[in-house]
Design a protein around this ligand. Structure first.
Ligand code: NAP
Length: 682
């Protein structure tokens, strides 16, 4: 079977016979791979023109809906992905991380996109910046999709998750992709892309696939393209220095190798729950995916006085791991991805063994379940111990990308911090301690060297997602040898594929561009009370200016008694006068907000369905009895909630006193019925 390349929305075979890819389990051929003869330049053009145009025609919410539909479709087909995944050496549990983990990333980005981004084409970055005294000239940062293609180059260890974790934020941003999986496991990625194409959920041009080398693709990149690379540091450095990447300043995100550390706190002695947690966490990280995880624990930093207990406990736990045919459900650890990978891991252990002792594993002779050691790429979990880690180089720099880890003893916390830093930048680190002061010291000492850090103790262990699991909500990436990149992290990951631009102009111009009303922009006469208008009828800028209402001393007394908020500033004239902010008794802030609602609401049954909160509430000036309040309420932003029958409407509320001074300002959040819904109930 020759793997297809998805080029200009058509499946195309590369020239020649191609390279044969073999099963990690029995060495039999699985597929042939070739991308020779592809027109890489046309692929970029196709993505930029058709794919980009199609995706940018959708709002963030529509793209989010698209990701959800895609996730559901892939869920229906996951059985065949699991079946093929065993050929990569993955057990069912490994495949779950890759396949279900990848699909759940689509779900998370879909939901975050619809909850945290507007149902619009422009993403506003923060509030407006006031740039002038009279407020007629303001600034606003906005994000818009880059007008190029996102080239995704992935590592072999997670052929599904590796693709989907990059695809989700990219498509949400409105940017088309060209996916290039690592050759050795590309057959699984290709199968998933086939299902994606068959689903017809993504618009034309939004995804293309290269199975094989990338030819002259890089020679045609421009400043609107992005590269997201996952793989070895050596390849990242080479690609980052490509003349086109340099001359066009092509955005380049690199996720590379990592000598991730897990630190055991001095309190976590044998017999404590934290010690046991550490043993199971390290064992799992060493053996899940046969240790072929960029986030796996490679360095076990532990108090020197319990190092012997630790080695003993880890050796016992590793001895219980059943290695063999990943299709067999009794097996805990499958094979490495290829015979070459197994040879590579063996060589790297040779490098480590010059400075550390092998204390478990390292043998060619071990028991296998339902598999042939000569045909598959099986490897025994191997634990090393380095007596003098502060002066060792290899243990902090050699990555054996398999079930391999080294124990590094420390004498005190400063030494533990120094050892963690010697990894020179990691994707993930963990600390196992029940002493929060130890956790704080270690985090402050090492966070700058990490992209993500996890602190585990008896209180969170049961629900912890574990050291090695990147989550779509949190950033994945790290400084230094981890590549310096950052992926995912919710909407942060979407922004990598967008350009941030500072826009300057009048409040009215910026309100129109961003679809969000800015103070100083036009206030429109709604014609009727704005609460009588449906979602569609409301215009951004529709403004209600209310009557005024005086705040009396009786009101303040009544509010204090009624609510139980008898704080002295509202009830004790002499005490209030001693307060530096007040010159006597003042109205409660919540009284001001309540009176404001009384002034602006239209009480009759109408399209406004509910008030679900306020944002950014600030009390600007005290209100004394005798003051009169009035409100300006302006329709600020509208977000349609799919076909739910309503949309969210955000109102800019400003409460002022008889002198026109602002005393409180905030956003009122409401749900407003659409025309259809309102017609059906009114
Ligand atoms: P690799 O050899 O660097 O390959 C990574 C990707 O780059 C593959 O798709 C590979 O394609 C491609 N590639 C290689 N040379 C290229 C070139 N000249 N132009 C364009 N693409 C090129 O790494 P690997 O051996 O597959 O993966 C293992 C490494 O990845 C480990 O060091 C591991 O730590 C790291 N990793 C990091 C993460 C992370 O998130 N940080 C995740 C997983 C793995 P071919 O396969 O076709 O050569």
């Amino acid at each position: 079977m020759k793997l297809g390349n998805l080029v200009l929305d058509r499946w195309i075979d590369g020239d020649g016979v191609g390279k044969t890819l073999s099963s990690a389990v029995d060495g039999k051929p699985v597929a042939n791979i070739s991308s020779d003869g592809l027109d890489f330049h046309s692929m970029l053009q196709h993505a930029r023109s058709l794919g980009g145009r199609n995706l940018r025609a959708l709002t963030f919410h529509e793209r989010g809906e698209m990701l959800k539909a895609l996730a559901k479709y892939l869920m229906e087909h996951k059985k065949e992905f699991y079946a093929l995944s065993t050929q990569t050496g993955a057990t069912h549990a490994d495949s779950w991380v890759d396949i279900d983990g990848g699909i759940s990333t689509l779900f998370v980005f879909s939901s975050k996109g619809r909850r945290e981004m507007p149902n619009d084409f422009v993403y506003l970055d923060g509030p407006p910046e006031i740039l002038s005294k009279k407020g007629t000239f303001v600034g606003q940062h906005i994000y818009t999709p880059k007008l190029g293609a996102a080239v995704h180059i992935n590592a072999y260890n997670f052929p599904v998750w590796g693709m989907l974790e990059k695809l989700a934020p990219t498509l949400l941003a409105g940017v088309p992709t060209i996916v290039k999986p690592a050759s050795s496991t590309a057959y699984l990625t290709e199968l998933v892309v086939k299902r994606i194409v068959e689903s017809e959920i993504l618009p034309k041009g939004s995804i293309q696939l290269i199975c094989g080398g990338v030819g002259d693709l890089f020679d045609h990149l421009n400043c609107q393209d992005t590269i997201a690379f996952t793989g070895s540091k050596a390849t990242a450095e080479k690609l980052q220095q490509h003349h086109r990447v340099v001359s066009e300043s092509v955005a380049f995100t690199a996720e590379t190798d990592s000598l991730n550390a897990s630190i055991l706190g001095p309190d976590a002695k044998p017999g404590t729950p934290e010690f046991d947690l550490f043993i199971s966490e390290v064992t799992r990280e060493m053996t899940s995916k046969a240790g072929q995880k960029c986030t796996a624990i490679r360095r076990i930093i532990a108090p020197g006085n319990i190092a012997a207990d630790l080695v003993r406990a880890l050796s016992t736990a590793l001895g219980e791991i059943r290695i063999g045919n990943p299709a067999n459900r009794d097996v805990d650890m499958g094979a490495l991805a290829s015979q070459e990978q197994r040879d590579e891991v063996r060589d790297r252990i040779g490098d480590l063994a010059k400075e550390a002792d092998i204390v478990y594993g390292g043998s060619e002779d071990f028991e296998l379940v339902d598999a042939d050691a000569k045909k598959g790429a099986f490897f025994m979990p191997t634990l090393l111990h380095c007596e003098k880690p502060m002066s060792s180089k290899a243990v902090h720099s050699v990555e054996a990308f398999g079930p391999v880890s080294t124990v590094l003893p420390y004498d005190n916390l400063d030494e533990a911090i120094e050892l963690a830093r010697l990894g020179e930048g990691s994707l993930a680190g963990s600390i196992i301690t029940n002493d929060n002061d130890v956790a704080k010291k270690l985090i402050l000492g090492t966070a700058a060297y990490h992209g993500r850090m996890l602190v585990i103790n008896r209180h969170c262990a049961a629900e912890s997602t574990g050291h090695g699991s990147p989550l779509p909500h949190l950033i994945h990436g790290g400084p230094g040898r981890a590549g310096g990149g950052e992926e995912m992290g919710g909407i942060r990951g979407v922004k990598h594929y967008m350009q941030r631009t500072a826009i300057q102009g009048s409040p009215e111009t910026l309100s129109v561009i961003g679809n969000r009303w800015i103070r100083g922009a036009n206030e429109l006469d709604p014609g009727v009370h704005p609460f009588r208008k449906t979602f569609e009828q409301l215009r951004i800028g529709d403004t209600l200016n209310t009557e005024s209402r005086e705040v009396t001393l009786d009101d303040i007394d009544h509010f204090a008694e009624f609510t139980g908020d008898t704080f002295y500033a509202h009830t004790d004239e002499a005490a209030a006068a001693k307060n530096p902010f007040f010159d006597g008794r003042v109205a409660h802030g919540y009284l001001i907000v309540s009176f404001a609602a009384g002034l602006f609401v239209d009480p009759d049954f109408g399209p406004v369905l509910a008030n679900y909160g306020v944002d950014d509430l600030r009390f600007i000036q005290p209100v004394n009895f005798g003051d009169s309040l009035r409100v300006r309420l302006t329709c600020k932003q509208k977000t349609l909630r799919g076909d739910s029958g309503y949309g969210e409407v955000r109102w800019d509320a400003e409460v002022s006193n008889q002198n026109g001074d602002c005393v409180a300002q905030y956003d009122v959040l409401t749900m407003v019925a659409t025309d259809d819904h309102w017609a059906s109930v009114a």
